[in-house]
Ligand binder design. Structure first.
Ligand code: SAM
Length: 229
């Protein structure tokens, strides 16, 4: 089916608000409704890519809570926490681990306007010892109830919306695509507009074709089954 200009405009308007310098790293969060709720929040905030570590061979599953947000937020899977945190650090992210221990700092007292990654722990166990040792700061959300912790998707939403609030206050929330490099913007625009063609190009090791201003593909591609567009 051809991509309708209205749909293309909608895709662009969402992409214009995406940020590559705010993210979340989830460590062995297992339940589909939690994973789904976290990605839905990432989509709402304007996060381009989230990161996750899953137990060996586990394939992440989403349920209706996601409302399709897993299509619009990339989920990068890592094999171990050390490698995941190192990659984020190499990309200049400051790493905030969520921890309910005594040394953690009230999340409201820190600044999240620079490249920020929140590390969220598993439903049952929280953050692993390695993750807690690797993060730059440990933060917590104060609570006064009987139950010891919040649901992980709720805690993720509180932290991400705080980061967004601070960025709004500083007037640094993107609205015209400035939250992504030109290359990342164009590649993501293509992937969101033509996911099947994008997968085929990747398989073929081909650059994505250029798009016209109204979203048409400006290249004659082979008429094969995989390329219905
Ligand atoms: N028993 C676990 C513990 O001691 O960490 C509880 C895990 S909690 C259900 C799952 C995750 O939600 C935590 O690892 C953390 O990422 C997040 N979380 C829950 N409550 C939080 C709070 N008050 N402050 C910060 N993060 C919280």
């Amino acid at each position: 089916m051809p991509l309708l200009p209205r749909r293309f405009e909608r895709i662009k308007s969402v992409l214009n608000h995406r940020m590559s310098n705010l993210t979340i790293l989830i460590e062995e969060v297992e339940k589909p409704h939690n994973l789904s709720a976290i990605l839905r929040t990432c989509d709402a905030i304007g996060i381009l890519e989230a990161h996750a570590i899953f137990r060996e061979k586990r394939i992440p599953t989403f349920n209706s809570t996601a409302q399709g947000s897993q299509k619009w937020v990339k989920l990068k899977k890592h094999t171990c926490i050390t490698e995941a945190i190192q990659e984020l650090r190499n990309n200049r992210f400051k790493i905030y681990g969520t921890n309910l221990n005594k040394n953690a700092i009230d999340y409201r007292s820190l600044d999240y306007t620079g490249p920020t990654a929140f590390v969220m722990g598993a439903e049952k166990w929280g953050l692993s010892k390695s993750a807690s040792e690797l993060v730059d700061e440990s933060i917590y959300i104060p609570m006064v109830g009987m139950v010891q912790s919040l649901n992980v998707s709720v805690a993720s939403a509180i932290l991400l919306f705080e980061a967004l609030r601070q960025r709004k206050e500083r007037n640094i929330v993107p609205s015209s695509g400035e939250g992504l490099s030109k290359n990342l913007y164009e590649n993501t625009l293509f992937e969101w507009s033509y996911p099947e063609v994008a997968s085929w190009c990747k398989e073929q090791g081909r650059k994505y074709p250029e798009l016209s201003i109204t979203g048409e593909i400006l290249e004659d591609l082979p008429r094969i089954k995989e390329l219905r567009y």
